[in-house]
Design a protein around this ligand. Structure first.
Ligand code: ADP
Ligand code: MG
Length: 238
């Protein structure tokens, strides 16, 4: 079944058409990448799915139902940004707990949930540390745990690895991939890195200038590119 569907999404900033006619159909439990160069409209698409931005035209469906008029907090989608924006004055536990407090979950249930998440992102023993005492990868795992705390059905990741050094980046890619497989949570990953998209994704949407040129499996993008530009991106195995 289709979990997230975008139908003819359009978006302008001033007079610039940033998204031209975006169509996507993402199935339950899939991990899909939006792959394209800087400025092609990846983050804008993700923000529209999250409800942070409104499209000018088109529809966003979750489970075949329109969510266009549902505000961010009430949509079952949660976003992790490149700069993971932890609260510096809160420790790991409190950072993860924050969203649950906002949702008025009681203290006992918050503790159970936060401990489960700390275990999930492998940060046991770090509960009382502050963000400044953590490595980049650890901070990012806190950011992911914090996002997962509110049980989103759709996980949106906007270039989550690009601020990490190369070793940590590989480690975090594997970590997120394993977590995604374990939770079977529908995930949309924004990246400008072809290798990352290939390694992480069930399917890749190749974006250029506000359009999706092809939405397909990594195998088909290699073997059956539909346009020259897709062939150019995937033609070279390097
Ligand atoms: P990407 O994430 O692929 O790098 P974005 O979706 O962030 O691209 O941006 C797409 C285009 O829209 C870019 O040309 C960018 O400058 C422009 N843009 C993004 N956000 C805004 C904004 N809030 N106001 C005006 N222009 C914007
Ligand atoms: Mg972006």
């Amino acid at each position: 079944m289709s979990h997230v569907k975008l139908i003819n999404l359009t978006k302008r900033f001033d007079k610039v058409e940033v998204l031209k006619n975006i169509n996507l159909d993402i199935k339950e439990g899939e991990i899909v990448s939006l792959l394209g160069p800087s400025g092609c409209g990846k983050s804008t698409t993700l923000k529209i799915i999250a409800g942070i931005l409104e499209p000018d035209g088109g529809n966003i469906l979750f489970d075949e139902k329109s969510v266009n008029s549902i505000p961010t907090g009430k949509r079952d989608a949660s976003i992790v940004f490149q700069e993971y924006l932890l609260f510096p004055h809160m420790n790991v536990f409190e950072n993860i707990e924050f969203g649950l407090k906002m949702k008025k979950v009681n203290k006992k249930d918050r503790k159970i949930k936060v401990e489960e998440l700390i275990d999930l992102v492998k940060l046991s023993g770090f509960e009382n540390k502050y963000p400044s005492e953590l490595s980049g990868g650890q901070q990012q795992r806190v950011a992911i745990a914090r996002t997962l705390a509110i049980n989103p059905k759709v996980l949106l990741l906007d270039e989550p690895f690009s601020n990490l050094d190369i070793n940590l980046r590989n480690e975090m890619r594997e970590f997120v991939l394993n977590l995604q497989k374990k939770l079977k949570i529908t995930t949309i990953l924004v990246t400008h890195d072809k290798e990352e998209a290939l390694m992480m994704s069930d399917k890749i949407a190749v974006m250029l200038n506000g359009e999706i040129k092809q939405f397909d499996t990594p195998k088909n993008l290699y073997e059956k590119p539909k346009t020259k530009c897709v062939a150019n991106i995937f033609g070279e195995r390097n």
